[in-house]
Design a protein around this ligand. Structure first.
Ligand code: DX5
Ligand code: ZN
Length: 214
């Protein structure tokens, strides 16, 4: 299992030691949640903060944009050196074009689905998507309760990927903890995002190691 700790759960007044912890950990990525107060009912952080973070973090960046019109920000995300740019299917009228623009900028294209969006919405683009991010909570806040029916959705996504021969990885985001992570592994997830469970743990590095061992 790959692990992408979400910085949203960090203490923003004291970021550097937490970024160094991520660098020293076995984390595969650092997950960065950008919120605009329009697509989701919350605002997190923007490019000035991301730029400073990107200068300290040595892990590949997994940027999750919970914003309207994400296609406007492709070059700014590229300039951070991000490996993955995740856009919401619900925020992109021209999703196919957005995926191409992300690829042209040299990044992996991730498409994110809210809990109410069926995986079938991706059937016609799944062959060109590098990653599908399944929201296992409603996006906008850390620390929410895992939505159990998303396990069945991950199984349906795995079936769609196998059926179409897509190479897309499956990432799950929200409410990932010691109880839900094994269920996600069994359902077919490749990458787990985890915010509160990792950052509030007494030993975050051990927590990351345990998730990776699934
Ligand atoms: C929520 C974000 C998540 C969030 C997860 O909208 O996309 O990445 O940080 O937080 P936890 O792991 O606490 O549910
Ligand atoms: Zn996220």
């Amino acid at each position: 299992m790959k692990v992408s700790p979400s910085l949203l759960a960090a203490n923003f007044a004291d970021l550097k030691p937490q970024l160094q912890m991520i660098n020293e950990s076995e984390a595969d990525y650092l997950h960065l949640d950008v919120m605009d107060g329009v697509f989701v009912p919350n605002i997190s952080f923007g490019f000035p903060v991301l730029k400073s973070v990107s200068e300290v973090v040595t892990k590949p960046l997994d940027v999750h944009l919970m914003i309207v019109e994400p296609q406007k920000w492709v070059s700014q995300v590229r300039d951070l050196g991000a490996e993955i740019m995740n856009v919401h299917q619900e925020a992109c009228v021209h999703l196919d074009r957005c995926i191409h623009t992300i690829h042209q900028a040299g990044m992996k294209a991730g498409v994110t689905l809210c809990p109410s969006t069926p995986v079938e919405m991706l059937r016609d683009v799944i062959h060109e998507v590098d990653l599908v991010l399944i929201m296992t909570v409603n996006p906008g806040f850390g620390g929410q309760e895992f939505i159990m029916h998303s396990l069945d959705k991950i199984r349906r996504l795995r079936a769609l990927i196998d059926e179409t021969g897509s190479k897309a990885m499956i990432e799950a985001d929200g409410g990932v903890n010691g109880r839900t992570a094994p269920l996600l592994a069994e359902a077919g997830a490749d990458i787990l995002v985890s915010g509160s469970y990792v950052f509030k743990a007494p030993d975050p590095k051990a927590c990351i190691r345990d998730l990776r061992a699934l």
